[in-house]
Ligand binder design. Structure first.
Ligand code: COA
Length: 153
């Protein structure tokens, strides 16, 4: 699917393919997320439709990974954009594509955890309808707390 973001950048949003793993891990490491390649490949195998990438001129510049919780809700496991392309609407575009995937499966809620210090991501999530529903101390490997947010789809 070809999408022009609200900031005028035209990207292709498509499902992740295993050949994308090095680019995805490159963006993820540079974004200080906690994942690793085997985990991402496993999540893709479990639910291929839940793993999307944004591509600009053939290069992956961002990704989003959805998982399903044991309660049957959606959960945003990871979202990251190459730092060179942040602030151009790609994160918001991937989030909206993810909401649509969950809605097609008739899923009612989506939740996520976000670092207490990550105000940019929190602002993005609030502006797409997420509400804070809790705080988990020491959630991340480095001891930082997570804000838990949830949105009605
Ligand atoms: C969070 C992240 C995914 C946002 O992606 P992005 O493509 O830069 O975001 P967008 O351009 O779609 O912007 C969406 C909203 O985020 C907020 N935002 C983006 N850049 C911002 C900045 N520099 N300062 C404050 N808010 C900002 C704004 O609310 C913006 O909405 P607006 O442009 O309508 O005002 C990206 O910054 C990123 O990869 N960060 C590192 C990894 C990370 O923190 N992931 C989230 C983990 S929970």
């Amino acid at each position: 699917m070809i999408v022009t973001t609200a900031k005028g950048l035209t990207v292709r949003v498509r499902q992740f393919e295993t050949a994308d793993i090095n680019r995805v891990i490159g963006i993820e490491v540079a974004s200080f997320l906690d994942g690793d390649a085997p985990l991402y490949l496993e999540l893709h195998e479990e639910w291929p439709q839940g793993f999307l990438v944004a591509e600009l001129e053939g290069t992956v510049i961002g990704f989003i990974v959805l998982v399903l919780t044991p309660e049957g809700d959606g959960r945003i496991f990871a979202l990251a954009i190459d730092a060179r392309y942040r602030g151009r609407g790609v994160g918001r575009t991937l989030l909206k594509a993810a909401f649509n995937i969950l809605r097609k499966r008739k899923i009612g809620y989506v939740r996520l955890e976000v670092r207490l210090s990550n105000h940019v991501a929190q602002q993005l999530y609030r502006s797409t309808g997420f509400m804070e529903i809790g705080l988990v101390p020491y959630y991340y490997k480095d001891g930082e707390a997570a804000i838990v947010m949830r949105k009605v789809l």
